[in-house]
Design a protein around this ligand. Structure first.
Ligand code: MN
Length: 320
C-alpha cells in the first residue's frame, strides 16, 4: 500500500534518545487516513508521539471493510526506497504487481514482502472478483544504512513458523520469536508476529529484553499486565521484558512488533525513507522523470508525488 496523503508531513525519526529501556505502557489510538477514494485506514506509526518500534516505521491497520459492492483497495503504481513493505491480510485478497515483474495474489496467512532497497514501484489492488471482507495491515521496515541500496526484491511466503502456548498461536511473519524464524529476509534484528488468542486464552510470549516491542489489537481485545488493549489501538511496551503474558476473554488477533531500537536517524516523506533532504528531493525527481523506480505493467497510471513541504527536511529524533 502507499502513503496516498496529498500533503504528507515530514517525519523525522531514529536515534536512541527516547527508547524506553524499561518496560512501559504507552497507548496510541490510530489516526484515520483516507487512501485513494475508498479505503480508510488507521495509522498507528508514525504517531504524534512515537515514530519507530525497532526498525518498524509505518503501521496502517484497515478493515474489516465490506467491499462486496465496491472496488476495494485500488492503489496505483507508486515508488518506494530505503524500506521493506510487509503485507499481511486477515480477510480478503490483494493483487501485488511491481516494476521487477512480480505479479502475485496475497491471501490471509501469506507474507507479501517487498524489499525496495534502492528503488521499486508497485501497485496493490483488490482483484475485480474479490471476497466481501478486506482486513489487514500494511507495515514498513526501515533498512539500515548498509542495506538500503540493495537491489529490489519480492518474496511471497505461504509457509510460516508457528509458536503455541495455552490458547495462543503466534505466526512469525518477520524475524524471530522464541526460536521460530520467518523465511522473510530481514536486515535488522526484529520480529513481527500475528498472535491469535482463543476465548479464555492465557498464554506467554517469549521476548528478548534488548528488543523494544509494541502490540496492535487487530480484532477483539486483549489484556496485558492489567491493561486492556482495544481493537485498532497500539500499546508501546519499551524494552526489558523476557516474556509477555496475554489474556483474552472473548478471543483476539494481536500483532506483535519489535526489534533492537533503530539507532540511525532517518527522514520519511511520502513513500520514501532516506537520510537527508537532498535524497528525498532526488527520489521525488527520479519518480517524476521515470529514471529510477521502473514501471508497473498493466496497473494503470502511476501516482504523482505530492509537492514537497516548505523548508528542508532534517533527520531527527524518535519522538516529536
Ligand atoms: Mn506501497
Amino acid at each position: 500500500m502507499s502513503n496516498l496523503d496529498r500533503t504528507p508531513p515530514l517525519t523525522q525519526c531514529g536515534g536512541l534518545a527516547d527508547v524506553a529501556t524499561r518496560p512501559v505502557h504507552e497507548f496510541f489510538a490510530g489516526r484515520e487516513v483516507l487512501l485513494g477514494e475508498s479505503t480508510k485506514v488507521r495509522r498507528l506509526l508514525p504517531n504524534l508521539g512515537r515514530r519507530l518500534v525497532g526498525p518498524w516505521c509505518f503501521v496502517d491497520h484497515y478493515g474489516p471493510d465490506d467491499i462486496a459492492s465496491g472496488p476495494g483497495m485500488q492503489v496505483p503504481p507508486h515508488p518506494h526506497c530505503g524500506l521493506q513493505t510487509v503485507s499481511w491480510l486477515l480477510d480478503g485478497e490483494v493483487h501485488h504487481r511491481d516494476s521487477i515483474g512480480s505479479d502475485q495474489h496475497i491471501r490471509p496467512g501469506e507474507l507479501g514482502l517487498m524489499t525496495s532497497g534502492q528503488g521499486i514501484a508497485h501497485a496493490e489492488m483488490s482483484p475485480p472478483t474479490h471476497p466481501a471482507l478486506l482486513h489487514g495491515v500494511q507495515l514498513w521496515v526501515a533498512l539500515p544504512d548498509g542495506s538500503r541500496a540493495v537491489a529490489p526484491a519480492w518474496e511471497h511466503h505461504v509457509e510460516l513458523p508457528v509458536l503455541s502456548d495455552t490458547g495462543l498461536t503466534a505466526t512469525v511473519i518477520m524475524g524471530e520469536l522464541g526460536g521460530a524464524v520467518s523465511p522473510g529476509r530481514t536486515y535488522a534484528p526484529m520480529v513481527g508476529a500475528d498472535v491469535a488468542l482463543e476465548p479464555d486464552a492465557d498464554g506467554l510470549l517469549p521476548l528478548q529484553p534488548e528488543f523494544e516491542y509494541a502490540l496492535l489489537a487487530m480484532s477483539g481485545s486483549v489484556e496485558i499486565e492489567n491493561a486492556t488493549l482495544a481493537v485498532g489501538s497500539m500499546l508501546y511496551l519499551g524494552c526489558g521484558r523476557s516474556d509477555l503474558r496475554l489474556r483474552s476473554a472473548a478471543g483476539a488477533r494481536v500483532l506483535l512488533l519489535g526489534g533492537v531500537p533503530f539507532e540511525e536517524q532517518i527522514v520519511m516523506w511520502w513513500n520514501f525513507v532516506a537520510r537527508s533532504n537532498e535524497e528525498i528531493v532526488e527520489a521525488r525527481e527520479q519518480w517524476a522523470n521515470a529514471t529510477r523506480f521502473g514501471a508497473v505493467r498493466g496497473a494503470g497510471d502511476p501516482l504523482a508525488a505530492p509537492p514537497l513541504p516548505a523548508g528542508r527536511l532534517k533527520p531527527g529524533g524518535r519522538v516529536r
